[in-house]
Design a protein around this ligand. Structure first.
Ligand SMILES: Cc1ncc(COP(=O)(O)O)c(C=O)c1O
Length: 411
């Protein structure tokens, strides 16, 4: 008996109990400091307890905490939508708010079904779209997310995602696109297919940026068949990849973009962006939620966008990402257990030949290096790097030193 009153259902990455955080660091109840390169699973974009975000939330709490969006509109809903319209890809100008990633990906599918009057969805192998029932049905990165929960909603079909380790990447992309065409011929006809939902950088599936020719091929097919193309940027959005959104690296315009995690620096908040034309087909009252558009969440998101709009913010993400990738590549030369280093901005995956080694390195970094890291990938072979986006050059050096020591100690 642990004596805890907390549910057993949460898995634990570390045994740490934390009392506070600032920037890239958390302090435990025992007063020990840890470099937090998990950042709340890519959430604490502006670092822990950024003063401007904390102030915005505090000030807003004095005005009102919750102003239910169906009952009346509070005065931050439109200003936030206007800012989001500025930073999201061309054509995205209309927004719906919720509280978590899963709610937003489910909302996106509900919109696509209503707008097209079609029933089915296509996802990609390695996908992660959340833990509610439809989101679980759309999640294929690990059996553990789905096991024991059947029956899951039907009407979700899985197309292949290119393997980043394939030697011939052009052939791999061509095969994945043929696989997608096969799904449209064999499993769900275009006129039955409402939506395709894709993570431009696969997240839980292993931090794998989609090859440009693949993502463009998928968008082309969606356009050809009137299928709604949804970019799930819950993890890759809000500066994580060094641009506002990962799709900005690919010069594509999604019909719907899903945002959460980094959007409000850790305050539970999520947004769906779409075109006015598509939103006009979403019948009023067919979707909603008690807390969507929460006033403190809007205040936190507005403050987050202000911070990220500072001219040095996104260039820091790019520079720190390059520094980190270069440092890991240097170590790859000495440690052949590292199969691949990949990623965009500060969404970096280090692929190992051996999952046990990933876990040993993670443990060494935690206990000896005082650095928190997580893994990813269907086989648990990816070590993922997702520090706060305000991470400094010195902190990246510290992280690389801890990683280097862990690689040596676990060899
Ligand atoms: C790409 C992606 N979509 C959706 C989700 C689900 O978000 P949430 O945990 O806020 O429901 C996640 C969470 O990791 C994610 O990475």
């Amino acid at each position: 008996m642990s004596g805890s009153h907390l549910s057993n259902v949460w898995f634990s990455v570390t045994p740490l109990k934390v009392a506070s955080g600032h920037g890239s660091w958390v302090t435990t109840v025992d007063g020990e400091e840890y470099l937090d390169f998990a950042a709340g699973i890519a959430v604490n974009s502006t670092g822990h307890a950024h003063p401007a975000v904390a102030k915005a939330i505090g000030d807003q709490a004095q005005r009102f905490i919750h102003a239910q969006v169906n009952v009346y509109q509070h005065d931050l809903l439109e200003p936030l939508a206007a800012k989001l319209a500025d930073i999201t890809p061309n054509g995205i100008d209309t927004f719906f708010y919720a509280n978590s990633g899963a709610e937003i990906t489910e909302g996106a599918i509900k919109l696509a079904k209503q707008a097209t009057k079609r029933p089915h969805t296509i996802v990609f192998s390695g996908s992660f779209h959340g833990r509610t029932h439809l989101a679980m049905a759309m999640t294929t990165s690990k059996t553990g997310y789905r096991a024991g929960h059947a029956p899951l909603p039907s009407g979700v079909f899985v197309a292949p995602y290119p393997d980043p380790l394939a030697a011939d990447q052009d052939a791999e992309v061509a095969a994945a696109l043929r696989g997608f065409d096969h799904v449209l011929k064999a499993l769900t006809a275009p006129d039955e297919t409402a939506a395709v939902i894709l993570e431009p950088v696969l997240g839980e599936g292993g931090y794998i940026p989609a090859p440009p020719a693949f993502i463009r091929g998928i968008v082309e097919r969606c356009r050809q068949h009137g299928i709604v193309f949804i970019a799930d940027e819950v993890q890759s959005g809000f500066g994580r990849t060094g641009k506002w959104f990962a799709v900005d690296h690919y010069d594509i315009e999604p019909d719907v973009i899903c945002m959460a995690k980094g959007i409000a620096s850790g305050f539970p908040f999520a947004a769906l962006g779409t075109t006015r034309a598509l939103d006009d087909k979403w019948p009023t009252g067919s979707h909603g939620g008690t807390y969507g558009g929460n006033a403190m969440g809007c205040a936190a998101a507005l403050a987050t966008i202000d911070i990220m709009s500072e001219p040095s913010f996104l260039p820091n993400v790019v520079a720190r990402g390059e520094q980190l990738q270069a440092g890991i590549r240097e170590l790859q030369r000495e440690h052949d257990v590292i199969a691949q280093v990949r990623g965009l901005g500060l969404m970096i995956g280090t692929e190992f030949h051996d999952a046990a080694r990933v876990s040993a390195v993670q443990q060494h970094c935690l206990h000896e290096g005082r650095m928190i890291l997580m893994n990813a990938g269907t086989y648990g072979t990816t070590l993922r790097w997702m520090p706060p986006l305000v991470v400094t050059e010195g902190e990246i050096d510290l992280a690389l030193a801890a990683f280097s020591a862990a690689l040596k100690a676990t060899a």
